[in-house]
Design a protein around this ligand. Sequence first.
Ligand SMILES: Nc1nc2c(ncn2[C@@H]2O[C@H](COP(=O)(O)OP(=O)(O)OP(=O)(O)O)[C@@H](O)[C@H]2O)c(=O)[nH]1
Ligand SMILES: [Mg+2]
Length: 447
Amino acid sequence: MVLDSLSGSISNAIKKLLKAPVVDEKVVKELVRDIQRALLQSDVNVKLVFELSKNIESKILEEELPPGITRRELAVKAVYDELTALLGGEKAHPPKYAKGKTTVVMLVGIQGSGKTTTASKLTWYFKRQGFSVGLVCADNFRAGAYDQLSQLAGKAGAEFYGERDNKSSVEIARNGMRKFKEKGIELILVDTAGRHKNESDLMDEMRQIAEAINPDEIMLVLDGTIGQQAMQQAEAFNQSTRIGTIFLTKLDGSARGGGALSAVAATKAPIRFIGTGEGIEEVEVFNPPRFVGRLLGMGDIEALVEKVKELQIAAPSKETVSAMVSGRFTLKDLYAQMQTIRKMGPFSKILQSLPGLGMSLPKEAMDVTEERMKRWMVIMQSMTEEELTEPHIIDGSRARRIARGSGTKPKDLKELLDQYKMSKKYIKQIVTKQKRLPGIKGRSFTR
Ligand SMILES: Nc1nc2c(ncn2[C@@H]2O[C@H](COP(=O)(O)OP(=O)(O)OP(=O)(O)O)[C@@H](O)[C@H]2O)c(=O)[nH]1
Ligand SMILES: [Mg+2]
């Protein structure tokens, strides 16, 4: 499993939060401290940890609690957001190579970082995606390199090209590329030698070979156990080439893996894959959100984060909320809420977005189609201001006028009014319940 210890301590911190009877300031501070400790133990940069925890704390304690969201959910979302940002942002960057064409990827990296192993992992990964793969051994520096790569090629199902007696790695690379191109191989991986110990030598050699063989992509294979030092390499690399991507190796079981990962992410160099073991299948596309989901240790974390996000978008205005709380929830408020929410789909979402209604809705309240919602909005457009704010004045003759004006039937209007009354009733129940609950820092959910 990836980053076992970091994952364990962060998911424990989250579990503690989820179990706390009330999420108050003390619980939040403890959560923040637990996360700080977990990150520092994984060798994440102190400054980054400090910033991150400050952000988490202020997001949880100082941000307005969006209606329909509990402080607990907001806390999980805040931790998730900050960790995702720390590890490279919302987006995954899976590589996209074209089928039926040839792409040349050159692997570079300092001695022992994992280049040759990575070549076999990439073969395994792209073979499964249906690519034909060829491996070129451009390492004529280390004695065993040829045999190592040709064995791995056999195991992973790639064609192999190497020349035992050629002293020029550039020549071998060119020959191998020519041969594989003629054969129509789709992905050519060039494994280079790791004869350098520091990044300036590495960058020099990388430029030379790149100039000679003109690859489509240069992938820096970076040892994940070197912690913060990974940053220097990633930065130097990122500045040296525009076609550079990163493969971070040895992120399995290492307590310090978090350091390299966050350091590299901070350089904004695109991390494509991570290696999580010695075996050829131990490779993962790097996907920060999924990775963080796993760090937090919750299978349904994505669903929860999605919920919070949607509700933040669909949050009713302050006026609507205060109208509801004071019991003055009118058809106008319902209309405004429908408008903000229309794009989101079913009516049940509207009701869910109202403070505290969440899961407690009966089935009939949820069972409203998009179609009916549109009809109701048209009906409300035919009402007068007075009818919208004081719906109880709608009598038979008003009802006939509204139906005629909106091209609907009186029974449609009745349906809308029933729905409105039901919503109002539920809101009232919820509001009464919520008023009895303590808020954080003296805030109640009305704010
Ligand atoms: N645990 C673990 N070990 C790895 C991973 N990737 C590579 N290794 C190991 O790291 C060591 C070096 O791997 P190589 O692939 O030979 O590294 P290299 O960069 O090609 O080495 P040189 O060609 O000598 O520069 C081997 O023992 C690999 O099994 C990984 O993701 N996890
Ligand atoms: Mg090697």
